[in-house]
Design a protein around this ligand. Structure first.
Ligand code: HEM
Length: 318
């Protein structure tokens, strides 16, 4: 089976090229009697590029080893080898409790004299102390919960520290291409090989789950000069963009599963980042310098900064 026949598989991105790097997990190796040595090919990528950074999400063993998943779904006993489900349940409960308390506070405030509506989400959800209140409460709190998850997905260290006077073109390069180094979704949506394939000497068996490591591609020294340096100008005059045509830069994925929010994101980021840079001067807290700022990442389904960025916004006098 050749690379070109693999690309015809409905489960693979049709524009697959050899510049793509692969991590392959979840191949039921017992099924075809592969040796461990061969299987090791599939785990070597994640061990190097992914395992140290994973906490939850894409790094679940249950997702990677089909046998595990089967047991977890069919059996009554829920297997949670890394304690991920347990930790997520605890954290979700904590977050719901926070929202629950906020809701209580607002109910009390609304009962008080002189309460002025703020037209915020709690108010527009029209809290009423009657028998429907429990439903309203649950809906509102879960609405917050979803919102905070979306926010976490989109969170990315893109403060305009030190680039207030950059041109619009450089700004475009910053927000469109910054995800090269810090793609918010480091491993794209999982794909499954529809047929056996041979890629650069590696055998990709039918049924293997394939995770494209956009994070590693964006830092590959064979593709990028000085891959660890943030040089927005490197894209000035360059044809490369994030729209899924250039496989060396695929923070939004590619093919039929490409992020449908792409156009919205590009417009909104330009507007938001431009406004933030235009309206404020930015300083880092505690004498931290941009050159020494901690840019380490914490990996999961969505990439986060290991240490949150604490920036001080100083309004620019009009
Ligand atoms: C900086 C912001 C964002 C980044 C970096 C991002 C990145 C991604 C990536 C990498 C994928 C997987 C694509 C693939 O595997 O080929 C994806 C999927 C998706 N994104 Fe986004 N995304 C962002 C914002 C948004 C927004 C604002 C929306 C909605 C308005 C959105 C909706 C989706 C949906 C629905 C999918 C799943 C598509 C599918 O299953 O076929 N994303 N995104």
């Amino acid at each position: 089976m050749t690379l070109s026949s693999l690309t015809k598989s409905p489960l693979m991105p049709s524009e697959l090229t050899s510049t793509m790097k692969w991590v392959c997990l979840g191949y039921p190796f017992l099924r075809c009697g592969e040796t461990f040595a061969k299987y090791a090919i599939y785990i070597s990528w994640p061990v190097r590029n992914w395992m140290p950074m994973s906490i939850y999400g894409a790094g679940k063993l249950n997702n990677s080893l089909p046998w595990f998943k089967k047991v977890a779904i069919s059996g009554k006993q829920k297997i949670d080898p890394q304690g991920i489900r347990r930790r997520m349940t605890i954290l979700s409960a904590k977050l719901l409790k926070v929202f629950d308390q906020m809701y209580d506070v607002r109910v009390q405030q609304r009962k008080g004299k002189g309460f002025v509506t703020t037209s915020d989400v709690l108010d527009t959800h029209n809290i009423i102390e009657d028998k429907t209140v429990e439903l309203n409460r649950r809906e509102t709190i879960h609405f917050f919960f979803c919102q905070s998850r979306v926010r976490r997905n989109d969170r990315e260290g893109k403060a305009g520290t030190g680039i207030r006077h950059c041109s619009l073109a450089v700004l475009g390069s910053c927000h469109q291409r910054n995800p090269r180094m810090h793609p918010p979704v480091p491993l794209l949506l999982p794909r499954r090989a529809g047929a056996d394939a041979e890629i650069r000497g590696f055998t990709l068996p039918e049924g293997a789950q394939v995770l494209v490591n956009a994070w590693a591609i964006g830092r590959d020294p064979s593709i990028w000069e000085m891959p660890h340096c943030f040089i927005p100008e490197r894209f000035l005059g360059s044809e490369i963009d994030v729209k899924g045509r250039d496989f060396e830069l695929i923070p939004f994925g590619g093919g039929r599963r490409i992020c449908p929010g792409l156009s919205l994101v590009l417009r909104m980021l330009h507007l938001m980042l431009g406004s933030l840079i235009n309206c404020f001067d930015w300083k880092l807290e505690g004498g931290v310098k941009p050159e020494t700022m901690n840019v380490e990442e914490k990996f999961g389904i969505a990439l986060e900064k290991a240490k949150p960025l604490r920036a001080i916004a100083i309004p620019v006098p009009v």
